[in-house]
Design a protein around this ligand. Structure first.
Ligand SMILES: [Zn+2]
Length: 114
């Protein structure tokens, strides 16, 4: 697990390996937005990263209170927009995921009928 995370932090590195692992351990390797379990499989482990609730680009601090375990999909959906707080960000990410799922399911049904 640590070696996977290491490979990731070497390329993307807003937090150090040690800082990142502390956050992942605190959050039980679970995405704090969608609940993806980073310990459930190798693929899930690869998807885990650490999110700045208030983005660095908006002067978000590298403080454990501003960092959460997050899968890369939620991280991408969350983007760099500004949220009031973590709950606000979570609500946005989850509603966007629900919308994407709906679109995907509709598309799957449409192709299945052909
Ligand atoms: Zn997630």
């Amino acid at each position: 697990m640590s070696s996977i995370f290491h490979a990731f932090t070497l390329t993307a590195a807003p937090v150090s390996l040690e800082e990142g692992l502390k956050i992942l351990e605190r959050d039980n390797h679970r995405c704090q937005y969608c609940g993806l379990d980073g310990n459930a499989s190798f693929e899930n482990a690869l998807a885990m990263s650490v999110d700045f609730v208030m983005p660095r680009a908006r002067k978000g601090k590298k403080d454990p209170a501003n960092l959460v375990a997050c899968c890369r999909t939620c991280n991408l959906i969350k983007g760099t927009r500004v949220y009031k707080n973590f709950e606000d960000a979570k609500a946005f990410v989850l509603s966007r995921r629900a919308q994407l799922r709906k679109n995907w399911e509709a598309k799957q049904k449409a192709t299945a009928k052909v």
